[in-house]
Design a protein around this ligand. Structure first.
Ligand SMILES: O=C(O)CCC(=O)C(=O)O
Length: 199
């Protein structure tokens, strides 16, 4: 696992977390198996991607006036969760003086092609844990982190089968986005494993 050094962020990246064959099998399976839904944004327009949210009971959360209610886990996402938990460095929690915790929910995003995207945001709801693990499958899309002044701190095409972990103060100090890339004609699925705790 590579550590990406950006002042104010804590990022770990493993480009070949899944083999290309495993990643392609998972991409094809999740495209048909997930309960994809195109939701409305807070402004009533559809968000430019399909979403499906799976998790343990009680992992509901609200984002941008949308309520995310977990669907029961499907076996393939549960198996992947175990692998992702094993790969998450204990130091990501130790640096926060926390014991290592598991993930209890996953938000799946399907970008059908380069016209789909996610705008600049942080995953910083009060009930969301600070360690977020993201698996990318399919088309290699640009993933950017921007600091509070809007400057780009990180920009990389996350590879097919990669694991990208954001920890520490990354969500406090940075926002992230997957911009539109109209030349991309292939789909991409991204899975962000999170821990939701209502106190
Ligand atoms: O597709 C990605 O890489 C990012 C997804 C994302 O930002 C999110 O689920 O909050």
């Amino acid at each position: 696992m590579e550590t990406i050094l950006i002042p104010g962020a804590e990022i770990y990246y493993e480009k070949n977390f899944l083999s290309p064959e495993e990643a392609t099998t998972l991409l094809d399976l999740l495209r048909t198996k997930c309960a994809w839904e195109r939701r409305k944004s807070s402004f009533k327009y559809p968000v430019p991607r399909d979403e499906a949210y799976y998790g343990d009971p009680g992992t509901n959360y609200r984002y941008s006036r949308r309520e995310y209610k977990p669907l029961p886990w499907i076996p393939e996402l549960l198996s992947l969760r175990t692998l992702v938990e094993e790969a998450t460095p204990a130091v990501a929690y130790a640096n926060l003086s926390l014991p290592k915790r598991g993930y209890n929910a996953v938000l799946c995003n399907l970008y059908r092609n380069g016209n789909d995207s996610v705008g600049l945001h942080a995953d910083a709801e009060p009930e969301m844990g600070p360690v977020i693990a993201s698996i990318s499958l399919g088309a290699e899309r640009l993933f950017r982190l921007r600091g509070q002044n809007g400057s780009v701190a990180f920009a990389e095409r996350l590879s097919h089968g990669s694991l990208f972990i954001m920890a520490g103060k990354t969500q406090k100090n940075f926002k992230h986005e997957v911009p539109k890339e109209p030349d991309v004609d292939q789909p991409r699925i991204n899975l962000t494993f999170r821990r939701i705790e209502h106190r």
